[in-house]
Design a binder for this molecule. Sequence first.
Ligand SMILES: [Zn+2]
Length: 256
Amino acid sequence: MRCADVQKLVHLYLDDEFEEADRALLERHLLECSPCREMVAFEKSFKSSLRARIRRPMMPAEVRARLVQALDRADATHQGPVPRARGRVVVVGGSLMLAAGLAIVVGTVIREGDDSAIAIEAIRSHEKNLPVEIDGSEDKVKTFFAGRVPVPVHPPRLSVLGGSLVGARIGHLKGRDAAQIVYRVNNTPVTVHVFDAAGLPMSAPRKRILSDREIFVDSVRGYNVVFFRDRGVGYAFTSDLEENDMLRLVSTSLGQ
Ligand SMILES: [Zn+2]
């Protein structure tokens, strides 16, 4: 056996896919050839470190649970946060190739989930403009949501810019039941989602501080979404009003 043969056969040898006689030949060569010994030792330690990396849990259980939930939702609704085919790959993931793909998909999910998805989902339901289930006064809307969404719903008053309440319906945001309250401000529709923000990461391209609270601002496809949490309750204001007008609406509603 020559060095070139060892080069060619090293992976079979390390994977134990070798005839006994060939194994003896190769090992005899290794006894006499120190460059090949070193090469084989290197390949062996590389392989075992790779195996250790694959066996290690690939992500914290909580992140994994969130990922699987997100994929289930994507499957159920045939839409984001990740394309279905890639989602499947993650769920059955395990081999080295899939693990490589997993890192990419996880990156996507986390970015979507933590940054822009609130804005994107809020815009999606704002755009759908589904009929309201309840109209009338703020009190009536507040009573309607009692027991229907997991947080107390105090509809913000948007009268600062001449806004008025149109009505409300039960909606969803980030897989949670949410109050979806519809207003008209200067003839422009504004949707306010009120939702359970517990454990929901929030971030956005722009951040402001209003009344000591972190306010997140994102702009997607001509819409502005301003969202924040107030004592565990999440609020997302969506419309195509100017960002400054949106911030004014938010800032007066925080003062209430
Ligand atoms: Zn050799």
